[in-house]
Design a protein around this ligand. Structure first.
Ligand SMILES: *Cc1c(COP(=O)(O)O)cnc(C)c1O
Length: 409
């Protein structure tokens, strides 16, 4: 008899975005004449910059000729890309990361989901609330939680982000082994200071814990005092794995390229308490279960670091940040409390009512789709996430509609 992984049955019925899609489709079916503006899903909308497209094209042409054709590449990624990453994303900021500590992949979603297979199932996991749902769901699938009771999985240590702590969770009081952090945060857009990040690193060292740092939104950081990488903080190399992605930073959500950094000193422990290095384990896993990102895509990613690519990707992000500034200005004018939008494409708004009710109201009255905060965890209830990922005219139109609807409430 073939039996299933029963842990899958603990997962909550539907993934947040399919829930939203269902409500939007139902609304559209009922009101086919209404124009809907989507400021919901965290997907980029603008085309890839010219320098990246040119590199992408050149690499596709190389694939056509026997002499320049590429078959299987190195599973960890081509050295041209790993070298560029090490220099531009880390060494240029004083973070000591070498090319061979970088594992190129087809997504930070897969990497953040897959990494936990290196650890035993009885470890204690600390996960922010609210946060990107992938961390929690992948641990549910792996059997690291109990049942879902009153909006929370038993056995998980939730790191609460609230208005009181400015959506930067405090260190947990209990013992934890694996800590997920995401800054700039999805969904709140909150950022972490160097001193706060240092506290987490020190805590992980004391506790013999490991931090999984998701920096998918580092490109949106404009405040020079904020850390972009956890490795800018002393002591992080032993206790932190970092995830990056070109999805939001360079418009690669449909092109697919990301990477994970596992420093050589990064450690966990064997059952007997012996120190075990994670780099060789992740390397083994990556080589066994992954066959690399396509050559043209890695050439396209490399072009992000060319002089022209840097200018063009910055302009790409600037356009989204201008949208974020408009959303912030609108919320200021309407008198709604929010965080984010300054070093992040997300604006986390206190809707002052149930977040699905707020979602339904915006959809119904304004034809604007946002993301209900409750979908990101219990602490998200009462909040909505507005995304700056859209074209300028659509965001302007959406803010005009929001102003009409919310100023009369
Ligand atoms: C979008 C996003 C990612 C990127 O995932 P990819 O699989 O690389 O597209 C990672 N983490 C967070 C928090 C995100 O919002």
């Amino acid at each position: 008899m073939i039996t299933i992984n029963e842990h899958y049955l603990k997962l909550q019925a539907s993934y947040l975005f399919s829930d939203i899609a269902r409500r939007v489709a139902a609304f559209q079916a009922k009101h086919p004449e209404r124009d809907i503006i989507k400021l919901g899903i965290g997907d980029v909308t603008r085309g890839l910059p010219p320098a990246i497209i040119a590199a992408f094209h050149r690499a596709v042409d190389e694939m056509a000729a026997d002499a320049s054709f590429k078959g299987y590449g190195p599973e960890q990624g081509y050295s041209f890309l790993r070298e560029a990453i090490a220099v531009h994303d880390f060494q240029s900021r004083g973070a000591e990361i070498a090319a061979d500590e970088i594992f190129v992949s087809d997504g930070a979603k897969c990497d953040t989901g897959n990494i936990q297979e290196l650890f035993t199932s009885d470890i204690i996991i600390a996960i922010p609330d609210p946060v990107y749902p992938v961390y929690l769901d992948t641990n549910v699938m792996a059997g690291r939680t109990g049942a879902f009771v009153d909006g929370r999985y038993q056995g998980i240590v939730y790191l609460e982000g609230t208005k009181e702590n400015n959506f930067v969770p405090a260190l947990p009081k209990e013992k934890v082994d694996l800590i997920y952090l995401c800054f700039p945060n999805n969904p709140t857009g909150s950022t972490i200071t160097r001193a706060e990040l240092q506290n987490w690193v020190d805590f992980a060292r004391e506790q013999k814990a490991l931090i999984l740092f998701d920096a998918a939104y580092e490109a949106f950081i404009r405040d020079e005092n904020l850390p972009k990488s956890i490795y800018e903080v002393p002591g992080a190399r032993e206790v932190a794995i970092e995830f990056r992605s070109y999805s939001k930073s360079a418009g690669f959500t449909g092109t697919r390229c990301a990477y994970t950094v596992v420093p050589k000193e990064c450690r966990a422990y064997g059952a007997d308490g012996s120190v075990q290095m994670l780099h060789p384990l992740w390397n083994r896993r990556h080589c066994t279960k992954f066959n690399g990102v396509s050559y043209p895509v890695q050439r396209a990613a490399e072009a992000v670091y060319s002089p022209q690519g840097k200018v063009e990707t910055k302009a790409l992000i600037d356009a989204y940040m201008d949208n974020a500034a408009l959303v912030c200005a609108t919320m200021d004018k309407l008198g709604y409390d929010y965080v984010g939008g300054k070093n992040s494409p997300y604006i986390w708004v206190d809707g002052r009512m149930d977040s699905w009710a707020f979602f339904d109201m915006l959809l119904d009255k304004a034809g604007v789709v946002c993301t209900p905060g409750a979908g990101f965890g219990k602490c998200g209830n009462g909040y909505i996430r507005i995304s700056a990922f859209n074209n300028r005219d659509r965001v302007e139109e959406a803010m005009q509609r929001l102003t009409m609807v919310l100023s009369t409430r």
